[in-house]
Design a protein around this ligand. Structure first.
Ligand code: HEM
Length: 391
């Protein structure tokens, strides 16, 4: 991904070493369930103001891709890297992200626009690193990155490439998953109403856990890991189940017998093992109507805080074992908050003239990691009565 995303041609082994041994442990620590709340403090507010900005400037119809992805991109970068990070880089990031499957699979495509976009983002990240305006107490995440670069004598260009590769891992899957969550909900109005009713109940004082949306946006991610969002969480997990494509490849470090159903497969040291995640998720014996989006598929299970609602099922959208996704709590939190804001504040429907109602967008045949969309969906937003929030 260093080559594909950030255009790294030299110094690869060293950058890889820094990423795996210096940055990943930092990510693991700071994005753990316990610490996440300190990092995400500004997230809800920035996300809300970005959504507000977008919805005020697009009165007729708005692109679903942009509606869910740009605010997430800006708010997550602001939370992790501070307000001095170049937050206006979404369009260039998106151009680069769209080219990644083609670059990765070495397919022919017109590479120039995305290469220019990559250079512009790298230059802006470079300026940000040069300025180094972060503090240990306010921007712990960015500070950790910068300290690691200093301690390992990483120069600005290599630092920018490390940050850009990290940004791709941070955003690409999360942005796709949020798009598909809304695409599934728009195609299944009952499911959408079920999720919306749950959100309304959670933020309507008295019975609800939160007195209003303001309180919810300021809440720690741990507080949103709550049975009051059981259907929304299930919808997110179901979206992840249906869209995961990644190849979980591992190398055996010793001879062992791999358990498979009632039998086992002997594996020799040094052999590659490829877990077919898509096949596991589409197994009708485990997931009846496996191709169907069932909003409450995971909702009937006993809710255990701090555990994925999918525990006990073969659910591999976030990897597993030692290398399980280090950003999983952040990703779930981000998607939850964007869904809560949009569904609480707006009636959302596909724009009838522009998008065929109740149908899912086409899947890109060049998807990697997670299913990518071939089409955007244009949506219409009508403010609901609860549209107010203190400025
Ligand atoms: C819906 C969003 C996301 C999905 C579906 C996802 C999926 C995955 C998967 C499947 C893996 C394991 C890959 C393997 O087995 O080789 C992984 C690893 C990883 N993810 Fe995520 N991810 C998401 C969001 C995030 C976010 C927001 C971050 C934040 C930084 C993140 C950081 C990482 C890191 C650092 C690893 C490497 C872990 C390791 O090798 O030890 N991910 N992710």
């Amino acid at each position: 991904m260093f080559r594909v995303v950030a255009g790294v041609r030299t110094n690869y082994a060293r950058l890889h070493d820094i990423m795996i041994h210096k940055l990943f442990p930092l990510v693991d620590k700071l994005l753990s369930r316990r610490s996440l709340g300190q990092i995400t403090q500004p997230f809800g507010r920035v996300l809300f103001s970005q959504i507000k900005k977008l919805t005020q400037t697009h009165i007729q119809a708005v692109s679903l891709v942009q509606l869910v992805q740009e605010p997430l991109y800006v708010a997550t970068n602001a939370a992790l890297f501070g307000s001095s990070f170049p937050l206006d880089t979404y369009k260039d990031f998106r151009a680069l992200d769209k080219s990644v499957p083609y670059r990765f699979s070495r397919l022919p495509f017109w590479y120039w626009p995305s290469s220019c976009a990559r250079e512009r983002v790298l230059a802006q990240i470079g300026d940000y690193l040069r300025r180094g305006e972060v503090t240990d107490c306010d921007d712990r995440f960015a500070y950790g990155f910068m300290e690691a670069f200093k301690a390992n004598d990483i120069q600005v260009l290599d630092g920018s490439r490390l940050v850009l590769t990290f940004l791709w891992g941070l955003h690409s899957n999360t942005m796709s998953t949020s798009f598909w969550l809304f695409a599934f909900l728009l195609a299944d109005t009952d499911a959408l109403e079920q999720v919306r009713a749950e959100i309304d109940k959670a933020v309507e004082g008295k019975e609800g856990k939160f007195t209003d949306l303001d309180m919810l946006l300021a809440a720690d991610p741990d507080e949103l890991d709550d049975p009051c969002f059981v259907t929304l969480t299930s919808a997110i997990m179901e979206t992840m189940r249906l869209t995961a494509l990644h190849a979980a490849v591992r190398v055996a470090v010793c001879d062992f017998d791999l358990k498979q159903g009632d039998g086992s497969i002997p594996i020799k040291k040094g052999e590659y093992v490829w877990g077919n995640v898509r096949a596991a998720h589409m197994d009708e014996n485990i997931y009846p109507y496996a191709h169907k989006f069932m909003v409450d598929r995971f909702a009937g299970r006993l809710y255990r805080k701090g555990r994925l609602q999918t525990d006990g099922q073969p659910f591999l959208s976030l990897g597993g074992g030692k290398h399980i996704c280090k950003g999983r709590w952040l990703a779930i939190y981000e998607i939850k908050v964007v869904a809560i804001i949009l569904l609480r504040l707006f009636d959302i429907s596909s724009s009838p003239e522009k998008s065929p109602a109740c149908s899912l967008p086409r899947v890109s045949e060049h998807s990697i990691g997670v299913i990518h969309t071939e089409d955007d969906i244009l949506v219409q937003l009508r403010p609901r009565q609860h549209g107010s929030i203190s400025e």
